[in-house]
Design a protein around this ligand. Sequence first.
Ligand code: DGP
Length: 120
Amino acid sequence: MEYDKNNIFARILRKEVPAQVVYEDDYALAFHDVNPKAPIHILVIPKGEFISFCDFVEKASPALMVGFEKAIHHVIHMFNLQEMGFRLLTNQGVHGGQEVPHYHMHIFGGRPLGRMLSQE
Ligand code: DGP
C-alpha cells in the first residue's frame, strides 16, 4: 500500500487544513481530535510519510522513533495526565478500524476510561 499524500493528516502537517495544535517539534505534531471520545483526546502524528504503526517501525529512523515517543510523553505532561492516568491507542488496518492512513497515536484522558475494548 502506498502512502496517500493527500490524506487529512498529511494536509494538517502541511498546514493546508487547520487543526487545534497543542504541541509541535521536529518529529511530531499534536492536536485535538475533531470528534473527541474523552474530555482529553489528542492525536499525535509523526512528521513523515508513514501509514501505520508497522510502516513507522519498518521505515522511520531511530531518531524519529524516539522523538515521536518523547512528543507523546511531552503532551501527556502538558495535560497533567501522568497522575490520574490515560490511554494510548493506535488503530491499524481494517480490523483496527483505522480511518486516517497516516500513523497516529490517540491519547485519551480526563475521566475513567472504562473497558479496554468494546464488547460489540
Ligand atoms: P483512527 O480511526 O484511529 O484512524 O482515528 C482517526 C481520528 O481522526 C478520529 O478519531 C477522528 C480524527 N479526525 C479525522 N479527521 C480529522 C480532522 O480533519 N481533524 C482532526 N483534528 N481530527 C480528525
